[in-house]
Design a protein around this ligand. Structure first.
Ligand code: SF4
Length: 232
């Protein structure tokens, strides 16, 4: 019988890196609070996907990425260089101690100083990364890797340990993660949700991901609930 599992997206090999949208890593200045980071936006919201769905969090979106995924729904090619001092000042009004470093690709930046300053202030740091850059040990409290090797077969995942492995499912076989799953505590499959497509298109993706989760013990379903609510 013909396999009727929807094949949601063709898996083209697309160009990996557009050097022009990778911000320079700025050398760490004498006063760590003067260290600058390329920031697209900062906002206080509720985590919409993955393990911490529903948990209020501050999001810091970094500019630049070393990949160019076709379903990418974030703009990261324009940013403002902000000092750590200013980042702290802007977060101060928000009554929340959980920060999600996201992007773009936040691991392009030297996050060590940021961690040394923010954690003693009581902030808990989570990162959402594509896993292509290894994160220095013990600077982040929650590492979520969302690998994009379903699009980039030649890309190496270097961050192979963490708390959460969150895979956008576009029809790939899950055995490609066999070597990766043991390094992570929680495993999520997330349907590819495209706001520009209609309810039918997205609904089909939801259903096929739902089926994948039912048929593959050890994987849980992650839905991008913030998109349904129309919030960041
Ligand atoms: S790795 Fe993430 S931020 Fe970078 S292009 Fe892909 S989806 Fe967008």
């Amino acid at each position: 019988m013909e396999d009727e599992t929807p094949r949601l997206i063709a898996l083209p090999l697309v160009p990996i890196i557009d050097e022009s949208i990778i911000p320079d890593k700025v050398p760490v200045p004498n006063d760590p609070l003067d260290q600058q980071f390329p920031i697209v936006e900062m906002f206080y919201s509720v985590q919409g996907e993955g393990y911490h769905t529903g948990i209020p969090s501050i999001f810091i979106r970094f500019g630049g990425c070393n990949l160019a995924c076709e379903w990418c729904d974030t703009s990261f090619d324009e940013w403002e260089n902000m000092t750590l001092r200013r980042i702290i000042r802007e977060m101060a009004p928000w009554d929340c101690n959980r920060i999600v470093l996201t992007g773009g690709e936040p691991a392009l930046q030297d996050l060590t100083t940021l961690s040394k300053i923010l954690r003693p202030m009581g902030y808990e740091l989570a990162i959402e990364t594509n896993g292509t850059i290894e994160i220095p040990q013990d600077i982040i409290d929650w590492i979520c890797v969302s690998p994009k090797d379903q699009l980039y077969s030649s890309v190496k995942i270097r961050q192979r340990m963490g708390d959460e492995l969150k895979v956008v499912w576009v029809g790939q076989t899950l055995d490609m993660y066999d070597e990766l799953v043991d390094g992570f505590t929680h495993h999520f499959l997330q349907p590819c949700y495209d706001e520009n497509k209609d309810v039918g298109w997205n609904g089909k993706n939801f259903l096929s991901t739902f089926d994948m989760v039912r048929n593959n013990p050890g994987w849980n379903l992650s839905l991008q609930t913030h998109k349904w609510m129309g919030v960041d």
